[in-house]
Design a protein around this ligand. Structure first.
Ligand code: S3P
Length: 437
């Protein structure tokens, strides 16, 4: 286990190189594998999770070449995968397991997906149920991995409304719908990240999106064809968020991050930081491969908040910033009126129970925190260096590394190696960009 020691910083400065977006990279690899022809993906995420996706695809007969962040996928067509010789190891990656289950359900062979201890504890009924309605037979350990998927070709088309707002469930059903006998529709009362819809369109599939007052209906057809097409993955806004928060809180900071994905279904963290007093500027806004991107510049020093009310984040915005809540909690400790986050019970079934991990670790650093079943309330706090437990969760390890930069004394993150799940090189990048006191 790797322990990292972090000291207080004066500021963070310079150009920060971020990894490619994890969500977009998973989809690029899987959908390119379902397409006909060869796709070159640039800036593919250097994340362990995305390597799990590539390894599973190779195990399914997909030829892949990788040279640093360039990945070339030789697509096999929507139903052209081969029965894997081994169990498909999804590692720590919920996205790999849930999205791939949609693809495997529509193949004419059986396969088994496994994962690490954290992934084996996460809920999979949410994909087993819709795929069962579509005619696949899935065996699990009471709704948890390992999953054995008996595929069916073609699957039955369905109309499905997920019980929780989840882009992973939506994507699983849409990918299964590509191998169904009709039109498959997902109904979303609350919008979740729409990278799958954008990526399917990039590869030439028709995706019908109908918005009305009760939500969004997203439909794909079993007749859709996918054709190889090169693309470049934007930098990951979820990784950018750590440096955005650090720079905003430390006066004298000035950081820039280029080509960051600013998809409207992912960019709430930018709006929230801005509204809560951060000095953030977007430069060179444009679209690349169907995804909005821009450079982000953050200068240090928070604008003082007006009034004495604690800002509350709840409702529909939560799905848009679900992965950024750990770092928003740290940011909240630096706000005069603190922060309250509710309607976020999903955090309890992420790579760790993130609500509990945030509360336990923040209390160790001397913060005043109230825990709720679906969130927490944090007061303005002077953080003190402490021993922090990552709980094997990459976003907890990185959020508390930023807390360490803001705290007095020394903070030690136990189990810091898990940052490789989404951001290999995070600690080196942080060390290079901080100016110490
Ligand atoms: C992801 C969706 C989110 C997010 C996860 C990645 C995706 O999960 O937390 O890190 O790539 O679709 P849910 O859709 O289950 O909320």
């Amino acid at each position: 286990m790797l322990n990292m020691r972090i000291g207080r910083a004066k500021s963070v400065n310079g150009e920060i190189k971020l990894p490619g977006d994890k969500s977009v990279s998973h989809r690029a690899a899987m959908i390119a594998a379902m397409a006909v022809g060869k796709t070159t993906i640039g800036n593919f995420a250097a994340s362990a999770d995305c390597s799990s996706t590539l390894a599973c695809l190779e195990n399914l007969g997909v030829e892949i070449q990788r040279d640093a962040d360039v990945v070339i996928i030789n697509g096999v067509g929507k139903s052209g995968f081969l029965q894997p010789a081994n169990r498909l190891d999804c590692g720590n990656s919920g996205t790999t397991m849930r999205l791939l289950s949609g693809i495997l359900a529509g193949q004419n062979f059986d396969s088994v997906m496994i994962g690490d201890e954290s992934l084996r504890s996460r809920p999979m009924k949410r994909v087993i149920e819709p795929l069962g309605k579509m005619g696949a037979v899935i065996f699990s350990d009471e709704g948890k991995a390992p999953l054995t998927i008996n595929g069916k070709q073609p699957l039955d088309a369905v109309e499905y409304q997920p019980p929780v707002a989840s882009a992973q469930i939506k994507s699983c059903v849409l990918l299964a719908g590509l191998n169904s006998s009709g039109v498959t529709t997902v109904i979303e009362p609350v919008q979740t990240r729409d990278h799958t819809e954008r990526m399917l369109r990039w590869f030439g599939a028709e995706v019908d999106i109908l918005k009305n007052t009760s939500g969004t209906r997203i439909s794909v057809s079993g007749n859709a064809t996918l054709t190889a097409r090169d693309l470049t993955v934007p930098a990951d806004i979820s990784s950018a968020a750590f440096f955005m928060a650090a720079a905003a809180c430390l006066p004298g900071s000035d950081v820039t991050m280029s080509n960051v994905g600013l998809n409207p279904s992912r960019r709430a963290v930018y709006d929230v930081l801005n509204n809560l007093g951060a000095d953030i500027e977007l430069l060179d806004e444009r679209k690349e491969c169907n995804e909005p991107v821009a450079s982000i510049r953050v200068r240090g020093g928070l604008r003082l908040s007006e009034g004495s009310e604690t800002p509350v984040l709840r409702g529909h915005v939560i799905a848009n910033l679900i992965d950024e809540i750990p770092i928003l909690a740290i940011f909240g400790t630096q706000l005069t009126n603190g922060i309250e986050i509710r309607d976020a019970a999903e955090l309890r079934v992420k790579e760790s129970d993130r609500i509990s991990a945030i509360v336990v670790n923040l209390r160790r650093m001397g913060a005043n925190v109230i825990e709720f079943p679906d969130g927490f309330k944090i007061e303005y706090s002077n953080l003190h260096g402490s021993m922090i437990e990552s709980f094997g969760d990459h976003r907890i390890a990185m959020a508390f590394a930023i807390a360490g930069v803001l705290a007095d004394g020394t903070t030690e993150i136990a189990g810091a190696e898990c940052s490789d799940i989404s951001f290999p090189g995070f600690f080196e990048t942080l060390e290079r960009s901080v100016v110490t006191i």
